[in-house]
Write a protein that binds this ligand. Structure first.
Ligand SMILES: Cc1cc2nc3c(=O)[nH]c(=O)nc-3n(C[C@H](O)[C@H](O)[C@H](O)COP(=O)(O)O)c2cc1C
Length: 205
C-alpha cells in the first residue's frame, strides 16, 4: 500500500495544523493510501550549524530521535506533506530548524517524491509561510501537489479550524490530488528524467 508521511510542525499535538493534516489524511485513506502524522513535539530542536558532516556520512551529526525517525520514514514514504502554524508570517522556527537539517542531509531520499505544504493561521501570513515551505520541495526536484487554493486553514484553536469549511475542503482536495499523483507516478512506465552532473557557481562569475 502506498504511504504518505505528514509532519505536524506545531507544538500543539492536536491543534489547527493537526486538524488540517487529519483532513488530508482522511482523504488519503478514502483513496486507499496509508498515512502517518509525525508530531515534532515541544522539546527544543537543534538547527543546522553548517558543519558539513552530512556530506561525508549522509546523515546529520545531531542524531536526535525526531531526526532519526523522520530520516527512516522519509525513505519509505511515497509522498510528503509538511504542516506548520504561521509564526510572524513564516513557518514555526523549530520546524525550520528540523527541515534545514533533514533536507540538507537527506535530500537524496526526497527527489521525485510528491510533496505539499499546509499552513494554519489565525489571520494573516498564510501564503508567505506556504511559499517558504514550498522552497524545500522546489530545490529538490519534488513534484509539488496543489489544491484548489493555497493550502491554508484559519483558526486559533482546533475548534475554530473545524469551522473553516473552505479550509477543510482545500485539505480534502489536496489529499485526493496527492493520492492521484503518487498512484499515477507508480503506474507510469516512463523513465525518471535525465539528470546532469550538478554545477555550482556561487555567484562569483
Ligand atoms: C509565536 C506566534 C506567532 C504567531 N504569528 C501569527 C501570524 O503571523 N499570523 C497569524 O495569523 N497567526 C499567528 N499566530 C497564531 C497561529 O498561527 C495560529 O493560532 C495557528 O492556527 C496555530 O496552529 P496550531 O494549533 O497547529 O499550533 C502566531 C502564534 C504564535 C504562538
Amino acid at each position: 500500500m502506498m504511504k504518505v508521511l505528514l509532519i505536524n510542525g506545531s507544538p500543539h499535538k492536536n491543534g489547527c495544523t493537526y486538524t488540517a493534516l487529519s483532513e488530508v489524511a482522511k482523504a488519503l485513506n478514502n483513496n486507499n493510501v496509508e498515512s502517518e502524522i509525525i508530531h515534532i513535539g515541544m522539546k527544543p530542536i537543534q538547527g543546522c550549524i553548517a558543519c558539513g558532516k552530512c556530506y561525508e556520512s549522509g546523515k546529520c551529526a545531531f542524531a536526535d530521535d525526531l531526526y532519526n525517525n523522520l530520516y527512516e520514514k522519509i525513505q519509505e514514504a511515497d509522498g510528503i506533506i509538511v504542516g506548520s502554524p504561521v509564526y510572524y508570517a513564516g513557518p514555526n522556527g523549530s520546524l525550520c530548524a528540523l527541515l534545514d537539517r533533514l533536507f540538507y542531509s537527506a535530500s537524496r531520499f526526497m527527489t521525485n517524491k510528491p510533496a505539499a505544504a499546509v499552513v494554519s493561521c489565525r489571520r494573516g501570513g498564510a501564503s508567505a509561510t506556504f511559499d517558504r515551505l514550498n522552497k524545500y520541495f522546489t530545490i529538490n526536484q519534488m513534484p509539488v501537489v496543489s489544491s484548489q487554493y493555497w493550502n491554508s486553514i484559519h483558526g486559533n484553536t482546533a475548534e475554530e479550524a473545524k469551522q473553516d469549511l473552505e479550509g477543510l475542503q482545500i485539505m480534502r482536495t489536496l489529499g485526493n490530488n496527492m493520492a492521484w499523483m503518487i498512484k499515477t507516478m507508480k503506474n507510469s512506465n516512463e523513465k525518471l528524467p535525465q539528470r546532469e552532473e550538478r554545477v555550482a557557481t556561487n555567484f562569483i562569475r
